[in-house]
Write a protein that binds this ligand. Structure first.
Ligand code: ATP
Ligand code: MG
Length: 408
């Protein structure tokens, strides 16, 4: 009898023509999550009858090690659900005993009011039908535990899956995050501040298959190193979902000092943001990324009105994905809590964008006006070039041996 985790995927099935490619990247990502979140090489993933099976390479792993593996599976985008399972020979008596023991373990662990046994047979030569198996195993659990069976929404489902050379038995499952395998939608550059919204935005786009590169702008020495430390901590949390993420930390203060003396204060933030998206666009070009990602949400602050978003977007060479655009702050906060970034985001830090800013910034910027003024700032592009050259690279939360080698 071997322990394993049965892993089910969902939406990848919809992509008919690309299915093999999707499934391959899902398997690679799953292996990577397991390697990063447990120990490299401890678990192995293989494709199996329309799902994956995760097995251990080492004998006698502890329950804690299996629990960590289950967590790694449950944070991999593309996964719909997973069940810790026992793999046994496809013999009825053996299957019944294991199913009974697993059900008993669950019933003793948590209070269960009703249950169901769900059997399926991929091997039709097995001498009993699925309903027969369900009835017999169900009767034993019912008689022993005095537990009623219920076919709809039972609190415990005992699953039995029979194949020609083995059978799987499970009695619990966890939900995966759904979505598409990271990388299947190409790469995007995430503008990551230390706030609540941008990590959530990164998570949402990774969920739709974007592999991320992160860019953080800081105004050191005007602001403390705190925002940089927060961004590192946020990415350490995000890599569990997104895989390794290259972070580029770019100094913005020379550009901000230059703009402060030349631009009306109420337009300053729009100029900062245009420089940011241009620089992120340059990073995207180097990284072969096809889009930028921000945590903007319509109307949340002055720089996020429709008019100002248009002024900022005008400077971007690439589409800008704003997955939070229609969310309320409470909805973004709920997501931040769910993915574990909220507690890091709410630690105090000074925001680079508030440097030199007035209390009442413009809310209705005009693209033509801003473009014209920017066109007169001949030194701006050289300053942006210098900022880019000063970018510092790191891979928060990724052990050195797992940092991807840059190609080309
Ligand atoms: P967040 O909570 O993500 O900081 P916010 O509500 O504070 O968002 P803004 O400060 O207006 O909103 O920033 C809007 C978006 O611009 C952010 O979500 C982020 O994508 C980007 N951004 C802002 N500041 C920075 C920064 N210092 N470095 C990188 N990107 C930034
Ligand atoms: Mg912010």
């Amino acid at each position: 009898m071997d322990r394993c985790i049965l892993v089910r995927y969902g939406e990848v099935f919809l992509k008919k023509g690309n299915r093999p490619k999707f499934l391959k990247s899902l398997r690679i990502n799953l292996q990577q999550s397991l390697d990063l979140q447990t120990a490299p090489g401890r678990f192995r993933v293989h494709g199996f009858h329309g799902r994956y099976e995760v097995t251990a390479r080492e004998p006698d792993l502890t329950s804690a090690a299996w629990a960590r593996a289950l967590e790694a599976v449950a944070t991999t985008f593309g996964i719909v659900s997973a069940s810790p399972a026992l793999k046994v020979l496809p013999e009825y008596d053996r299957i019944e005993q294991v199913a009974f023991d697993l059900a008993t373990e669950e019933i003793e662990k948590r209070s269960v009011a009703h249950f169901k046994v769900e059997a399926s047979r991929a091997d039709k030569r097995f001498p009993m039908t699925s309903p027969e198996i369900g009835r017999r195993v169900g009767a034993r659990i019912h008689l022993h535990h005095k537990l009623p069976a219920r076919m709809t929404a039972p609190e415990l489902t005992v699953g039995i899956e029979i194949y020609p050379d083995c059978a799987y038995v499970h009695a619990a499952s966890v939900r995966g995050p759904g979505g598409l395998p990271v990388g299947s939608s190409g790469r995007a550059v995430l503008l990551l501040s230390g706030g609540i919204d941008s990590p959530v935005a990164g998570w949402m786009m990774a969920k739709r298959g974007c592999r991320l590169t992160a860019v953080h702008f800081h105004s050191y020495p005007y602001t403390s190193k705190r925002s940089q430390e927060k961004v590192q901590a946020l990415l350490e949390r995000l890599v569990a979902f997104c895989g390794p993420v290259r972070l580029l930390t770019i100094p913005l203060s020379p550009i901000q000092e230059f703009l402060r003396d030349r631009v009306p204060p109420d337009l300053l933030v729009l100029f900062y943001r245009r420089s940011m998206v241009r620089l992120a666009g340059r990073v995207a070009q180097r990284e072969k990324a096809g889009a930028l990602v921000t945590g903007e949400s319509l109307g949340q602050v002055a720089s996020q009105t429709t008019a100002n978003i248009a002024v900022i977007e005008d400077a971007s060479p690439l589409p800008v994905f704003r997955p939070l655009i229609g969310l309320d702050k409470v909805e973004a906060v709920d997501l931040a809590r769910k993915i574990g970034t909220y507690d890091i985001s709410i630690e105090p830090h000074d925001d680079c964008c508030s440097l030199f800013l007035p209390h009442h910034p413009e809310t209705r910027g005009n693209v033509e006006v801003v473009r014209r003024m920017e066109g007169e700032l001949a030194e701006l592009s050289a300053l942006e070039e210098t900022a880019l050259a000063a970018a510092e690279e790191s891979w928060p939360g990724t052990p050195p041996e797992r940092i991807p080698v840059r190609r080309g």
